[in-house]
Design a protein. Structure first.
Length: 161
């Protein structure tokens, strides 16, 4: 049936019990009476908080340490206006992937600089200085995936050249 979404697998057990049933724990962990921690997290960008950055972008943390118990990865959406650039920075622990959903710009990672556009994914190794400049006439929308999950103490801002 078009548009039909089956119930989440944790919503019902074979006996029709709800997700708070001990049968759910038994089903997923093999241990009766133990309620598993949340396994599926869904966040709609329309309900995500917005952070206005110093470099002029809107950042929406979608799934991260502020919204869940997640620690090994995180995902955020950033909208970078024309003429703006992400403040150059690096991370001690975090690796990132920037995925350009729309727009175009100039990405710098370490000593390498390249034009990027919609559909490009850019890997940023930890310890490498990086920035993204919007060189187009439309905002850049990008998704930023981090591992481990982003935490502010790991971001080391650097001076612009």
């Amino acid at each position: 049936m078009a548009g039909h979404r089956p119930p989440p697998r944790h919503a019902l057990t074979k006996d029709g019990a709800g997700s708070n049933s001990p049968h759910v724990a038994e089903c997923f962990s093999g241990t009766a009476g133990v309620v598993p921690r949340q396994t599926m997290i869904i966040v709609n960008r329309k309900r995500a908080g917005i952070i206005n950055t110093a470099h002029g972008s809107e950042l929406r943390p979608l799934i991260d340490r502020t919204s869940s118990e997640i620690t090994q990865c995180s995902l955020a959406e950033e909208i970078l206006p024309p003429g703006c650039a992400v403040t150059p920075h690096h991370h001690r622990e975090i690796e990132e992937i920037y995925y350009v959903v729309s727009g175009r710009g100039l990405m710098t990672v370490g000593d390498e600089t390249s034009d990027v556009e919609a559909g490009d994914a850019v890997y940023v190794p930890r310890g490498h200085r990086h920035t993204l400049e919007n060189t187009g006439d439309q905002p850049i929308t990008l998704l930023v995936a981090c591992g481990p999950a982003f935490f502010y103490e790991d971001e080391i801002k650097e001076a612009r050249e």
